[in-house]
Ligand binder design. Sequence first.
Ligand code: ASP
Length: 588
Amino acid sequence: MYRTYTCGELRIQNAGQSVTLAGWVQKVRNLGAMTFIDIRDRYGITQLVVAEGAGGAIRETAARLGREFVIQATGKVIERASKNPRMETGDIEVELTELRVLNQSATPPFTIEDNSDGGDEIRMKYRYLDLRRNPLKTALMLRHRMAIEIRNFLSEKGFLEIETPYLIRSTPEGARDFVVPSRMNPGQFYALPQSPQTFKQLLMVAGYDRYFQIVRCFRDEDLRADRQPEFTQIDCEMAFVEQDDVLATFEELARKMFDSVLGVKFEGAFPRMPYAEAMEKYGSDKPDIRFGMTFNDLTRQAQGHNFVVFDSAEYVGAIVAPGCAGYTRKQLDELTEFVKRPQIGAKGLVYVRCEEGGGFKSSVDKFYSQDDLSSWAEACGARAGDLILILAGDKRRTLTALGELRLEMGSRLGLRDPQQFAPLWVVDFPLLEWDEESQRFFAMHHPFTSPKPEDIPLMDSDPGKVRANAYDFVVNGVEVGGGSIRIHDSELQQKMFRTLGFTPEQAEAQFGFLMNAFRFGAPPHGGIAFGFDRWCALFGGADSIRDYIAFPKNNSGRDVMIDAPAPIDPAQLEELSIALREAPAEKK
Ligand code: ASP
């Protein structure tokens, strides 16, 4: 046996035992007469000691150890003279009787400590070394734990885990596909699934009325902190259900996860907020409801005073930052800069200070009397000492910008505690979204989402007004999951494709298999998919999903460890009947 214990296991009760440990050298401290070696494995760190009376062979071996050497150490567990309460094994050390180098290590390019000295790129390149560090290990352990809990819960509820193919066909809706050339079918391509959506619906037609899969999905999109080109979904589908059944089932899953993984319990049902309300009050379809600071519509009150910015605006909206009346010029300038960033896109920021002694000071005093400002304060529920922040412009953009400003103020005021969780369901999403550029409607969720039955007539007269039986699961401003009740009637599905601007031929070519399946007795069905990486990051208190994925890609979609993507051999291209249009530019 290489080891009798792991490096995280020994306690004072083991004192007197002879043990063997195996692991990596974290640190060697040579104090002349004695040498201390920290040995590390996945489970922890144990201190080894080469005592004063140790034999020459052990001394020699200890002297040539370097960081990350792999060693096997045998010795006696003894109580430490100076205990280290910060280490789980800090009460003991192992006095060596034997020391063997199992393998040497080159000097690692960064320190393998909780706070490493290595930059992002170098740690990505040596990801297997980075993975030896505690923060990543804890993240992957959390991920494992969550996957097990999810599997157990769903299995107990009768869900079957069924795998669906990774080589499928490209579809025009949704994000950009990753494609894979087919050697056996020259000139033709598979696509990697953006999600198993159509397959899980076909499983419902097949009668597998409760399906789930913890599954990799692929989307060729620009990357952000919470996006990776390949990511994992907890994909679920149920037959013979309505929206309430799906929400109840997965609210139970979410509660179970919060409770068993974090020890967090919630009283009462998770709130449900219609999309329209989320936009009007929070300027976001994934509102962070850990704090209030909801929007106030001042459009009517603010107009008609010769202030052209407000007079020409479709919408004037305000939030109240409690206790911020004393914000300095500099702080207000910072906020103005913040809202003017291109990704937020507001033209400017108007403020009203509600002064402690009564009275108001604003950046628009020229246009508005104290009475006017007082009426705004009243409409917003602002009190003495508060600061009113106002944005104006085209409605949709202004709501979103005000939403960003709200989050910024929430962060500044410490209202977004990562230890506090505020889950909710956002419901009643619009079925369709108008795209100015292509002058057509797109499905807001996906083209298989069912309109609310009472809104179906609007599909012809006012498609933008149709609400869907679609829902998102949102926690702390993060969209953790989303799903919908599906269309299960081939006629309605065809109508949907028509509304999306497909000709019958295009619909047939892209989704004929699904509409064909629906001719053979498709049950009513619906489902949801959770972003597993995101859910893990949320529970781990992190903004980025990267650390919850063992081998992630960088911001340009590269795996810098294996150096992918990479050119392929001309012979491989030949075999695939692919000719590159031009030699790709030298890329580094
Ligand atoms: N397939 C959908 C998605 O990936 C989720 C669902 O509707 O179940 O967003």
